[in-house]
Write a protein that binds this ligand. Structure first.
Ligand code: MTE
Length: 399
């Protein structure tokens, strides 16, 4: 039988792997049409194994242990986490490092399953800052990393990974523990009762079903930290990476911040454009995001294979929460540095129908405030992660 009974899932979710574990993305148009926030049932799911089942009555006693290089090791219950720390609510987009991997697998098979461009979702997360929790355990001066561990039992042990301690201690990085999504308790797929949320970094660092924070002087040695979420040099084949473990243990190849990326939602992939009825203009639309709190600063479209580009309008939907004073769902809306972007943004551009009629494909690229721009060429790597070349949609006309 399936170990994931009683998990509320939108039937529109597209399953990307076999029956178990559950990995899925929403249809891109359904995700986009929901708007800025994604409902928990439609939110993309990346599970490495069975979903830990926690009974309602056991949630107040759920425990998180904070240990390792700390002066004051502590065990916190959910009750402590809710009552003893300031609560924050903030909108955050989570993105799987495998978003758009399907395009890599088409060029050359990687070691991962084929995510389309909908391996991302956005919610208002509520809970305490990780900095406040770590501070109460008093990290030692030589401590450099914080390892996080979840309750899901997997073939290679519990799921775990780490981030730098100074990021976790920096409120502007926004790293938090969350127990609510859009004002409702977390659903089982998304970490019920408690997860980490690391804004601006790949989803793999946001450990679900959190049970332990371990302060250390070295990055996590958890199997899922070492053998997942990396971009190895492009010449490393699956065979090479299996023969030589050193490719995996080189921390320089571990992914933290997301890279700049974007996708077109309308026109949809394989949508047939009926240009005869769309009037003088067709409005193309889609999303863009950047990593590390950086803002998307431009989105450009080309109809002539990248020879010339047109500038799209950008809607930074998260900015309306910056102006929000006070509490939301029991947490103070705290957007850290006023300029930090931790969510997807939306772009649109009205294109003269006549121009579309003369083109075969629409190309798309975004740039962030570090002037990083999506590359023309794909950087293939063995795990197929961080795929962000220019997004391409073929133009198919009716009539
Ligand atoms: N945490 C645990 N305990 N187990 C997991 O399998 N998957 C990670 C991360 N945290 C995972 C986890 C990965 S790879 C991603 S992309 C995100 O959770 C996905 O979060 P979501 O399923 O809530 O969208």
């Amino acid at each position: 039988g399936t170990p994931d009974l009683h998990v509320p899932r939108d039937p529109r979710l597209l399953r990307l792997t076999g029956v178990h574990p559950f990995n899925s993305e929403p249809p891109l148009t359904a995700l986009f049409d929901e708007g800025f926030l994604t409902s928990p049932e439609l939110f993309y799911v990346r599970n490495h194994g069975p979903v830990p089942q926690v009974r309602d009555q056991d949630i107040p006693e759920w425990q998180v242990r904070i240990e390792g290089l700390v002066e004051n090791p502590i065990t916190l219950t959910m009750r402590d986490i809710l009552e003893k720390y300031d609560q924050i609510t903030a909108p955050i987009t989570l993105v799987c490092a495998g978003n758009r991997r399907k395009e890599q697998n088409t060029v050359r098979k990687s070691k991962g399953f084929s995510w389309g461009p909908a391996g991302l979702s956005t919610a208002l997360f509520t809970g305490p800052m990780m900095a406040d929790i770590l501070r109460s355990a008093r990290p030692l001066r030589r401590a450099k990393f914080v390892c996080m561990e979840g309750a899901d039992k997997l073939p290679n042990g519990f799921y775990g990974t780490s981030v730098k301690l100074n990021w976790a201690m920096d409120r502007n990085k926004g790293i938090m523990l969350a127990y609510k999504m859009n004002g409702e308790p977390l659903t089982p797929d998304h970490g019920r009762p408690l997860r980490v949320v690391v804004p601006g970094q790949i989803g793999g660092r946001s450990v679900k079903w959190l049970t332990r924070l371990i302060v250390t002087d070295a990055p996590s040695d958890n199997w899922y930290h070492v053998y997942d979420n990396r971009v190895l040099p492009t010449m490393v084949s699956p065979e090479m990476s299996a023969q030589n473990k050193n490719w995996w243990t080189d921390e320089r190849y571990a992914i933290y911040d997301l890279n700049v990326n974007s996708a077109t939602v309308y026109p949809a992939h394989e949508e047939r454009l009926d240009l005869t009825t769309s009037g003088e203009f067709y409005t193309a639309k889609g999303y863009a995001y950047a990593g590390g709190g950086r803002r998307i600063t431009r989105v450009e479209l080309s109809l002539d294979k990248g020879k010339s580009w047109r500038l799209a309008d950008i809607n930074y939907a998260e900015d309306r929460y910056r102006e929000y004073e006070g509490e939301l769902f029991g947490g103070k809306v705290d957007m850290w540095q006023r300029e930090t972007c931790f969510c997807w943004s939306f772009w649109s551009l009205a294109i003269p129908v006549a121009d579309l009629e003369n083109s075969d494909a629409l190309l798309l690229r975004a740039m962030d405030d570090a002037m990083s721009v999506q590359p023309r060429d794909m950087y293939w790597s063995v795990l197929g992660m961080m795929n962000n070349p220019w997004f391409r949609v073929t133009i198919t006309r009716d009539g």
